[in-house]
Design a protein around this ligand. Structure first.
Ligand code: MTE
Ligand code: CO
Length: 421
């Protein structure tokens, strides 16, 4: 920041921010005192014409942002076909994940579907089995809704202790996107669901033929058959040309490259809901059909990939929070490993089953910190500590780790993934 530090308007702004955030911001951000060539000298971009409008028919980010990319964890996935990469949460602001940065998880690589040959079949317990083309789908009323998609395995590597150094890796199996799609209810009504039907089975057209049993009640409630993300056609890796949107529920159920929806009267007990996507408890029993993603949050800045690079003084903490059960009216931030909590400032749209953005501005004295965030959702549910989670769920789980994350910040501003006990 380079505004005049004596500007009373700016002081007023900081005081206002302090009140809103509940934080005491006593210090000020100082502008450069000595002459700065970056302002006193003409720069190349001031002197020469830039490229014209034809240079990039499909625009790309600035080359200076080349580090803002999806990344994988090499030891986690041996090959890139049955694989996962992670959203760079520490590089993003607001609540929308740009299409090129939305994490990918596929069990058999990315299917390449010719839209002219695309078909969606509805069969099983329906009056009239139907097959839709993309053009058919475009003739149904469509809706625009913003939802997070979180893989049930997000944070799965952290169950037994702190392991991965970066929120991209600990929390990056999530994206938040504006979907355009046809309510699944309308397609099911067109086919005519028969009495006694209770479940649907969406199936993918990729080589994994992903299937999950979804209760009919959910299918008729808020599921979308989506064709667009953030205003443009779905990206191939997100299921082009059609994916199922299952708001608030684990990512595995959001079948990509959707080719068929079967209607039935009982769950199909397929691989992804028996062997996988179940939670083995200490007792030896496994929790099954754990669909909803509970409230969760993470501080994205600072974090191991995004240390504090300035010294003591005004410091902005930010992060994201979400819940599969509603909105996030409140996030608290702790600077001391959960002993004291401060209410963060929410900024941006507060939408059902969507990501929320929070900020906490404070005056850092340069002492080490133990940063935590704790989300509360609109049902009153409070995000648990990792200890509380392990108490109920043991340590065998992979999925549904929504425990509170801790970053240890040292006096140089470096951040590390730790646990406090
Ligand atoms: N659908 C199909 N057809 N094939 C898949 O491999 N992966 C699932 C789900 N839908 C998958 C799929 C899993 S485990 C997750 S977490 C989400 O898609 C990931 O969606 P994304 O790639 O858009 O992030
Ligand atoms: Co997944």
């Amino acid at each position: 920041m380079s505004q005049n530090p004596t500007n009373p308007t700016r002081r007023g702004f900081l005081a206002g921010a302090a009140m809103a955030g509940g934080a005491a911001v006593a210090g000020r951000v100082h502008a450069q005192a000595a002459p700065d060539p970056a302002i006193t000298e003409l720069q190349p971009w001031n002197q020469y014409l830039g490229p014209g409008v034809d240079a990039a028919p499909y625009g790309m980010p600035s080359p200076h942002e080349a580090h803002v990319i999806r990344r994988n964890v090499p030891w986690l996935t041996a090959d890139s076909v049955s694989s996962v990469n992670f959203t760079p949460l520490h590089e993003l602001e607001g609540i929308i994940t740009p299409n090129g940065l939305a994490f990918e998880r596929h069990h058999a690589g990315v299917a390449d579907i010719d839209p002219a040959e695309y078909r969606l079949m509805i069969n099983g317990m329906v009056d009239t089995p139907l097959v839709f083309t993309l053009a058919d789908l475009a003739r149904f009323p469509r809706e625009n809704r913003t939802y997070f998609l979180e893989c049930a395995a997000n944070g799965g590597m952290e169950w037994r202790g702190a392991q991965l150094n970066g929120c991209q890796f600990t929390h990056g199996m999530i994206h938040n996107v504006v979907y355009t799609g046809v309510p699944l209810r309308l397609l099911l009504e067109e086919a005519g669901v028969q009495p006694g039907a209770l479940w649907v089975l969406p199936e993918g057209a990729d080589a994994s033929a992903m299937t999950r049993s979804v209760p009919l009640e959910k299918a008729l409630d808020d599921c979308l058959v989506a064709t667009h993300m953030n205003g443009e056609r779905l990206r191939p890796e997100q299921g082009y040309p059609v994916r199922l949107v299952v708001p608030g529920w684990e990512g595995n159920m959001w079948v990509k490259w959707l080719r068929r929806i079967e209607v039935g009267d009982q769950p199909w007990q397929h691989r992804e809901e028996t062997s996988k996507y179940t939670d083995l408890l200490e007792s030896g029993d496994a929790r099954r059909f754990t669909w909803v993603m509970d409230a969760k949050s993470v501080i994205t800045n600072p974090s191991p990939q995004a240390p504090i690079t300035h010294g003591p003084g005004p410091t902005v903490i930010t992060g994201v929070a979400w819940s599969g059960r509603g909105t996030i009216p409140r996030v608290d931030v702790s600077l001391d490993g959960g002993m004291n909590w401060h209410t963060a400032r929410m900024s941006g749209p507060s939408l059902d089953k969507s990501m929320h953005r929070f900020y906490y501005e404070f005056d850092w004295d340069g002492a080490p910190l133990l940063l935590q965030s704790r989300a509360m959702d609109s049902t009153g549910y409070v995000q648990p500590t990792k200890e509380q989670l392990r108490h109920f769920r043991g340590e065998n789980s992979i999925y549904h780790n929504n425990g509170i994350q801790t970053w240890a910040i040292d006096s140089d501003g470096r951040a590390e993934n730790v646990e406090v006990g």
